[in-house]
Design a protein around this ligand. Sequence first.
Ligand code: MN
Length: 232
Amino acid sequence: MTAYALTPPARAELDITGSDEKFAVRRIYCIGKNYVAHIREMNADERDPPVIFMKPTDAIVKNGGEIPYPVFTSNFHYECELVVALKSGGYNIPVSEASTHIYGYAVGLDMTRRDHQAEALAKGLPWEVTKSFDQSAPVGPLTRAADCGILTTGHVTLKVNGDTRQDADISLMIWKVDEIIAKLSEQHRLMPGDIIMTGTPAGVGAVVSGDVLDCSVDGLAPMQVRIGATAS
Ligand code: MN
């Protein structure tokens, strides 16, 4: 048995609806600019290829959790997204085979320091400061594809304090889930345990301490998280 100098960090994991097993998360890939209406609200180029970035797995917050209002921002935004979890992977996965690698789905939030994203875009800087910070990746319980089927349609919705702010259909994605898996696998060897945030529809906005966010995708377990006091 390996002796560690320090206690190893906790493994990132997701709950699975209808199972006592956990899903161990290896990487969190994220897709940006995947709904035309969101690209328009961000004043971005609709014909750009999708943006790919990652979040650290220890940024995951589970259903019912609290997200401290982060340090280093005064414009903290939600982005509600369909999350896809992989059971297998590889390089150069054909679009026609992509769905065979899907373990299941969840609803998630790509929490964003929007003020620093604007700065990063303007200066051509990396996105870690805007996307990859503590508690920036709430993800609800997984629903197995074996239970819900392969998802190609269904509403993705987000409510803040009961008011609907995002409501679109996942069929409106520019890059469909199969194409995202194929595209990602051109750049990275996808592996079991990888999860993918597939991009947010229009309606993104800021939250403040005390706000309650209800997120859902048709057919999947919903997720609720609360924005807490400023992180310290
Ligand atoms: Mn996003």
